[in-house]
Ligand binder design. Structure first.
Ligand SMILES: NC(=O)C1=CN([C@@H]2O[C@H](COP(=O)(O)OP(=O)(O)OC[C@H]3O[C@@H](n4cnc5c(N)ncnc54)[C@H](O)[C@@H]3O)[C@@H](O)[C@H]2O)C=CC1
Ligand SMILES: O=C(O)C(=O)C[C@H](O)C(=O)CO
Length: 255
């Protein structure tokens, strides 16, 4: 056994929403382990800027692609661009996600749909889009970024918790369907990590305090603290793991 198990030389990774937050950290981590990467954002300039930063810091080839992951046509062309540019696609990280927090009675249908389309439907259509290439290669790693809130509930997060719980189930079904092709499908379930998504929570002293009381380690996670887990799930080190979820929550769910 050696660290070779974690190396990603020659692998090609696609990270949705990879221009900031956890997506950017994961893209940097995979490039640091030897992978070529494609990062996507709805804004071309953001995607290309992130790719330039990743390429510079890792020495690996990195490209930025503009795509809205809720649009099937854009997703299919995003995947085709990766295959045209790199000749293959080994790792898909379904990372793009949003949250809308409000009581159920105040939720509008469009807001519910927006959360479900981004957090649950998009991982479905992105995974479907890479399936043909990964099956041909007889190799693939799909990583769905779910959440601790896929299994733990919090008030005012009806759409978010439902979407992330659904994503854990989608992960299992894809794992079963694609196991015969040597494609593994796993979820990453982070707990509270200090990113833009959580600014509103961190800036509310009362809610922030409740969060800190629930996190056994007593602090928010830093985005870089998920890097090791994503390299594990993307590499040969996790070869016998599929249909599972890796929880990185500072001990919240252990309480
Ligand atoms: N930060 C945290 O505490 C946790 C985050 N997560 C999940 O991690 C993922 C990344 O979140 P963060 O980096 O924290 O948030 P973030 O808000 O910094 O990043 C989310 C990214 O998704 C992109 N995105 C949203 N809708 C999109 C669309 N329709 N098409 C393309 N891109 C789109 C955004 O532009 C942004 O780049 C999300 O799925 C989130 O639910 C899960 C558990 C904990
Ligand atoms: O509490 C919220 O609201 C969040 O958005 C929290 C994180 O995004 C999350 O998924 C924690 O697991």
């Amino acid at each position: 056994m050696s660290l070779e198990l974690f190396k990603l030389d020659g692998r090609v990774a696609l990270i949705t929403g990879g221009a900031q937050g956890l997506g950017l950290v994961m893209a940097k981590a995979l490039a640091g382990a030897g992978a070529s990467v494609a990062v996507t954002s709805r804004e071309r300039s953001k995607a290309e800027k992130a790719a330039a930063v990743i390429g510079e810091s890792s020495g690996q080839r990195a490209i930025g692609i503009a795509a809205d992951v809720t649009d099937t046509g854009q997703v299919n062309s995003m995947v085709q661009t990766v295959i045209d540019e790199f000749g293959r696609i080994d790792i898909l990280i379904n990372n793009a996600g949003i949250n809308i927090r409000k009581p159920v009675e105040e939720f509008e249908d469009e807001q519910w749909d927006q959360v479900q389309n981004t957090n649950l439907k998009a991982p479905f259509i992105c995974s479907r889009a890479v399936a043909r290439q990964m099956k041909q290669q007889r190799y693939g790693r799909v990583i769905n970024v779910s959440s601790m809130l896929g299994s733990v509930a919090l008030p005012e997060r009806s759409a978010y918790c439902s979407s992330k719980g659904g994503l854990l189930q989608l992960t299992k079904v894809l794992a079963l369907e694609w196991a015969p092709y040597n494609i593994t499908v796993n979820a990453l379930s982070p707990g509270p990590i200090a990113t833009e998504l959580n600014t509103v929570v961190m800036n509310n002293p009362e809610v922030n305090n409740t969060f800190l009381q629930n996190i056994a380690l007593g602090r928010w996670g830093e985005p870089e603290e998920i890097a090791g887990a994503v390299i594990f799930l993307a590499s040969g080190a996790s070869s016998f793991m599929t249909g599972s979820s890796l929880v990185i929550d500072g001990g919240w769910t252990a309480k």
